[in-house]
Write a protein that binds this ligand. Structure first.
Ligand code: THU
Length: 160
């Protein structure tokens, strides 16, 4: 037996203003998208913005449903919308953020496992690291340069 460890490197920025300009713009678009969230049940309003290699930014927000599992996270709404509207165009980056009228969200929003698995697929076909930026309504920004830092031991198509 031997013990091993997985290192997950990421960057932390004290605020949006500290980010490189392209990242700051993408994150701001995610904040804007969060205003469109349809989250009457959780009241947790999430926004996501995807930047594609052609320079286009595609937005998404969470969309809930009275039949709870029928809803979808903001990240997957944005990624699927981008793949539907710009098929085959590689992804460069994805930003995610959230706000709530009922509580302060001052920690970065961590994408759920299902969204991370979709990010894996996106990164694979994009043939470049997917830059993922996470922020709450306020507070620090976490930046992951590639999905492996967010999703160790990923399930890949090579297993199929
Ligand atoms: N949600 C997202 O949209 N993205 C995440 O990364 C985490 C959770 C949504 C799903 C649901 O509408 C609400 O937030 C509460 O879980």
């Amino acid at each position: 037996m031997r013990k091993e460890q997985f290192i997950c490197p990421y960057e932390v920025y004290d605020s949006k203003e500290e980010l490189p300009q392209q990242d700051a713009e993408l994150l701001q678009r995610a904040h804007d998208a969060a205003r469109n969230a349809y989250a009457p049940y959780s009241k947790f309003n999430v926004g996501a913005a995807v930047r594609l290699a052609n320079g286009v930014i595609v937005l998404g927000n969470n969309v809930e449903n009275a039949a709870y599992p029928s809803g979808l996270c903001a990240e997957r709404v944005a990624m699927f919308a981008a793949m539907a509207q710009y098929p085959g165009v590689p992804f460069e980056a994805l930003a995610v953020t959230a706000w709530s009228a009922t509580k302060a969200i001052d920690e970065p929003v961590a994408p759920c496992g299902a969204c991370r698995q979709v990010m894996v697929e996106v990164e694979q076909f994009s043939k470049r690291p997917l830059r993922v930026l996470c922020q709450g309504d306020t507070g620090v920004v976490m930046v992951f340069d590639g999905i492996e830092s967010l999703m160790p031991f990923i399930f890949l198509d090579k297993f199929l």
